[in-house]
Design a protein around this ligand. Structure first.
Ligand code: PRX
Length: 582
């Protein structure tokens, strides 16, 4: 038995609410997605994520219930009921229509977490357009690659972030319109762009949602692969069925909960669980524009009496570093349930939750492609610290070998796979069907993660099966960083790896070789750093850059990132028989 296990079994008592999931085993056995569908409002078989999350509540008993408590970076509060959300999103949908946006158009959002970002995404969904939120810390290069890949027609952004769009707009032939959310900053908007204040405030407050079916496109998030540029994982309106179900049974939403998800909508957690899961369940959520600080976060919980909290291991490690005393000096007694996702949650993190909040932290696992939680720890099940938990009822997860055969012997390492057919499964990588098809084998969706399953069906994360870097829960493609580095005049070749880090799990580390005539000086390193931060933005740029004489490559010329990593960490180099280097 794992240390702390019996203690954590008691955590059920701390839930302070009867869990929605009564009995995992029977729920699993009797699972039926049709009965979940029946809990939603799907007239004539139509389904729209905005209707499920907003209109059906606004038109029913929850009209005057708070949907969003928004806290600005400087601490001002704005409250929006479900009726307010309906009115605002109806106006935006009308305004977007007047700006020429049509069904299936790709509408990108590059914005900090302000209410208009949320109104905008749901406005686009009401129109049947495809919402594609980007992380506001992206530099021009990641923005360009993503808009190009999806042939984005519109970018909705703020005056502060507009310069990054302007830096690349000449290279975006598909981009027709830039809408600038101007009113909060009171800025003049250039004639070539459309001002939010010119189209939204006077738009009609009534909008009839476009008729969308389960398989109509809804949202796209970009995710990184080992090779090639980021891929746009596209989802359909049916996804909300999984959001609703996992919100109810994993996040354990109850009608009186105040929920806070710390993720940004530029990443999938910030939409699936920062928009769709809470609002499809009709609950109240806090949205904080501000960034991380231990005090700010604890004060946010206290001030808004947050009951259910969904965060990430990097944040938990930062809170642990800040000290249990800091947690204990705040009244966090409103909390009843805490969850984490995005990276492995160390057993210490799970147990620290008990020290700091009297609550164990419940880990769960999923991906951009899966759209919703696939494996989780549930309120009614003892936690095994370090395990991601057990598959969501209705999800069949397995460990498979290279041929796609299920490995049933406990604790054998293999690839984590999921049986296709769940509602929130991605339906394509936009403009890259071939790569999409390559993610399926022998009737399984291949997750690209390595894992083990124990004799009781708990899954244990082992590592990724590729070179993708997970830094603070954000996936970064080494290829994307290498491509930016070799654009610098001094760089001949670049190899990029994830270097283990105590807090962020991994940081992005680059190795470069130089062109003739360039020397490894402090100025050069500064110039490389500046280049990366400007082109890629702080979320993607390497934290460390080393100049080396030669990059290890295979005979076919492929940079051996694994070898770079082994050398960096002083680990055995493994099989180097295909190495080209002398
Ligand atoms: O490698 C796994 C890791 O994050 C990847 C998914 O990242 P992304 O597509 O950005 O989706 C974010 C939504 C969660 C996975 O393939 N990962 C996610 N959750 C966990 C995890 N690794 C270990 N434990 C987890 N709980």
């Amino acid at each position: 038995m794992v240390a702390g296990y019996s203690e954590i079994a008691k955590d059920m008592q701390a839930l302070k609410a009867h869990p929605n999931i009564d009995d995992y085993e029977s729920q699993r056995e009797n699972w039926n997605w049709d009965s979940i569908w029946a809990e939603l409002d799907t007239p004539n078989g139509l389904i729209n994520q905005a209707h499920e999350c907003i209109d059906r509540h606004a038109l029913g008993e929850r009209a005057e219930k708070l949907a969003m408590i928004w806290q600005s970076a400087s601490g001002e509060i704005e409250n929006y009921t479900y009726a307010d959300m309906k009115r605002e999103t109806d106006k935006v949908a009308n305004a977007f229509r007047s700006a020429g946006i049509e069904k299936a158009d790709r509408v990108f959002f590059l914005s900090d977490r302000i209410p208009e970002l949320y109104f905008g995404v749901f406005g686009a969904l009401k129109l049947g357009a495809i919402a594609a939120p980007l992380f506001s810390a992206f530099g021009p290069e990641p923005i360009k690659e993503r808009v190009q890949r999806a042939e984005g027609k519109v970018i909705v952004t703020t005056p502060k972030l507009l310069a990054k769009v302007n830096a690349v707009r000449d290279e975006l032939p598909s981009l027709e319109t830039v809408i600038v959310i101007d009113h909060r900053e009171g800025t003049e908007v250039d004639d070539r762009d459309v001002a939010w204040s010119a189209i939204v405030p006077n738009a009609s407050e009534e909008f009839t949602i476009e008729q969308t079916g389960a398989e109509d496109w809804s949202i796209m998030h970009f995710t990184s692969g080992t090779t090639g540029l980021p891929k746009g994982a596209a989802h359909v309106h049916n996804t909300v069925v999984s959001h609703y179900a996992t919100g109810k049974y994993v996040l354990d939403f109850h009608d009186d909960d105040i929920y806070w998800c710390t993720a940004d909508p530029g990443w999938v957690t910030g939409t699936s669980y920062g928009m769709f899961a809470p609002w499809s369940n009709g609950i109240t959520q806090v949205i904080d524009e501000g960034g991380y600080s231990a005090r700010r976060w604890y004060e946010t919980i206290t001030k808004h009496q947050v009951t259910v909290w969904y965060t990430a291991p990097t944040a938990i490690r930062l809170l642990m570093k800040a000290g249990t005393d800091v947690a204990r000096s705040h009244d966090l007694s409103s909390l009843r349930y805490v969850m984490s996702v995005g990276e492995p949650l160390n057993p210490e993190g799970v147990v620290w939750g008990l020290e700091a909040f009297d609550l164990a932290i419940h880990d769960n696992w999923w991906q951009t492609e899966t759209g919703a939680i696939m494996i989780a720890n549930y309120p009614v099940m003892p936690i095994r610290p370090g395990s991601m938990g057990r598959p969501f009822p209705g999800i069949h997860a397995a460990i498979i070998d290279d041929e796609g055969n299920e490995l049933t012997t406990p604790m054998i390492e293999g690839q984590l796979a999921v049986k296709p057919g769940w509602p929130s499964m991605f339906r394509t990588y936009w403009n890259d069907q071939e790569r999409y098809d390559s993610r399926f084998k022998n009737g399984w969706y291949l997750t690209g993660d390595k894992a083990k399953r124990d004799e009781d069906g708990y899954f244990w994360f082992v590592g990724r099966d590729d070179d993708v870097i997970n830094t603070a829960g954000h996936l970064v493609s080494p290829f994307e960083v290498e491509s930016a580095l070799i654009e610098h005049e001094a760089v001949a070749e670049a190899g990029v790896i994830g270097k283990p880090d105590d807090v962020a799990m991994e940081i992005v580390k680059a190795f470069v070789t130089l062109n003739d005539g360039f020397a490894n000086t402090r100025e050069l390193l500064r110039s490389l750093n500046n280049h990366c931060r400007t082109r890629l933005g702080p979320a993607v740029a390497p934290r460390e850059i080393d100049v080396i004489d030669i990059l290890p490559k295979t005979r076919s010329g492929k940079i051996m990132r694994r070898l770079l990593k082994a050398r960096e960490l002083g680990l055995p180099e493994g099989d180097t028989s295909t190495l080209e280097e002398d």
